[in-house]
Write a protein that binds this ligand. Structure first.
Ligand code: LCS
Length: 401
């Protein structure tokens, strides 16, 4: 099927490979490590790129190819490459575009392992990184140097939910002829299409909304044919963060319900944010769907809704935050996000522990910040669990004092 103008239809049909042999509705899982050649000449021709066809599981697989085509269609890019993890996608995409002596401008606040890769590993390879506040145009422009090759950011930022203006970053990158890379994990293509603004490469942790069921770790990069070919022939092929066909199939299945899931995530999250915002024990709520949020004005422009994730601070100390989280019954204390289950975590001690204390402070990640990925349970049950945990925290505090 050709591309529809409707996202919901595309999540189900666009990029699907037709099963010519049996007409299977659901994509077959080609659970194979290698592919048989008819003869030596055919094997040689495939290795030389003179004949199309599969060679070996690390170089390509039909089930994986379908996932890639589906994601390229949803992100409105020419092509895509799938990986065995989001970090596989992030590292392979960056390293395919960087070499010794290059410079990167990156957002000061990033997912913890992306930050660790750039801050701890890249200097060992002679790649320099400047971390800036990407909401500040002057700071971005001042950080760009003659050897800047890549500009890298997430929006909303994990975990503090700051929203960065995609159009602004894309325009600076185009003007300065720098490759722009965005991590679109938090919004997913259901809510945000960075390609509309001319962003060059879009990476995802497919572990999150794309799969949506908490049973796969995977990643995807979407971009031009030329860029994806470069990644596939260098850092994917030679570093090997390959996805399994079975995991690719689970994500294809997850994608079919992406738009309905994300719609409900957003609906529930807005109600949870409003509840937290009005709770006396909550100091602040960072949710882009609330009118007072710094990124609210970009809703309806670069993002279609506020998403399913928020960060908030309890009016109290670190121990109070711990007490609150330990008093929850239904919400699970777990890292990851975008699953059917409501997940709650403490960035300073969990996902963002690769940051030093001062680095966290500079990135706006306080010690009492809590991140909540609102799930698909009934809204009354989510709010009742949060409400009960606040009550338990308060009664414990009264006993202690
Ligand atoms: N990018 C973002 C924005 C992420 O949140 C994550 C993982 C990754 C990349 C890496 O993806 P992975 O390799 O795990 O598939 N974020 C996590 C989080 O916030 N909690 O647990 C993992």
């Amino acid at each position: 099927m050709t591309q529809s103008k409707h996202f919901e239809t595309n999540t189900i049909h666009a990029g699907k490979l037709k099963d010519e042999q049996f007409g299977a509705l659901s994509t077959p899982i080609f659970q194979t490590s290698t592919f048989i050649f008819d003869n030596v000449q055919q094997g040689a021709a495939r290795f030389q790129g003179e004949e199309e066809g599969y060679i070996y599981g690390r170089l390509g697989n039909p089930t994986v190819r379908e996932l890639e085509q589906r994601m390229a269609s949803l992100e409105k890019t020419e092509d895509a490459a799938a990986f065995g993890s989001g970090m596989g996608a992030v590292s392979a995409t960056l390293l395919a575009n960087l070499q010794k002596g290059d410079h990167v401008v990156a957002s000061a606040a990033l997912y913890g392992c992306t930050f660790a890769l750039m801050n701890h590993k890249f200097p060992q390879f002679g790649i320099e990184v400047s971390f800036v506040d990407m909401t500040n145009e002057t700071e971005i422009r001042e950080a760009i140097k003659a050897n800047t090759k890549v500009i890298y950011f997430e929006t909303p930022v994990n975990p503090n939910m700051v929203v960065i203006d995609i159009n602004l970053v894309a325009n600076i990158a185009k003007e300065k002829k720098i490759i722009s890379i965005i991590d679109n994990t938090f919004m997913s293509p259901a809510l945000q299409n960075p390609a509309d603004y001319g962003i060059d490469l879009i990476v995802h942790s497919a572990t999150k909304y794309l799969n949506g069921h908490g049973d796969v770790v995977a990643g995807i990069t979407c971009g031009s044919k030329e860029q994806i070919e470069n990644i596939k022939l260098t850092t994917l092929k030679d570093m090997g963060a390959v996805i399994s066909p079975n995991d690719a199939w689970l994500i294809i299945r997850g994608l079919k319900t992406l738009s309905v899931r994300v719609e409900r995530h957003c609906e529930n999250a807005l109600k949870v944010a409003q509840f937290l915002d009005s709770h006396p024990k909550v100091k602040l709520v960072n949710y882009p769907g609330l009118p007072e949020h710094q990124g609210f004005a970009l809703i309806g422009k670069q993002m279609r809704a506020g998403g399913g994730i928020m960060a908030f601070e309890i009016d109290g100390c670190f121990d109070d935050a711990v007490e609150f989280m330990n008093s929850l019954h239904m919400c699970s204390i777990a890292v990851s996000l975008g699953d059917a289950e409501t997940l709650i975590q403490h960035p300073a001690s969990m996902t963002h522990s690769p940051y030093e204390l001062e680095e966290r402070a500079a990135a706006g990640i306080s010690e009492t910040l809590i991140r909540l990925s609102v799930g698909l349970e009934h809204i009354d049950d989510i709010i009742s669990d949060l409400s009960g945990a606040f009550a338990a925290m308060e009664s414990r505090l009264k006993q202690v004092s």
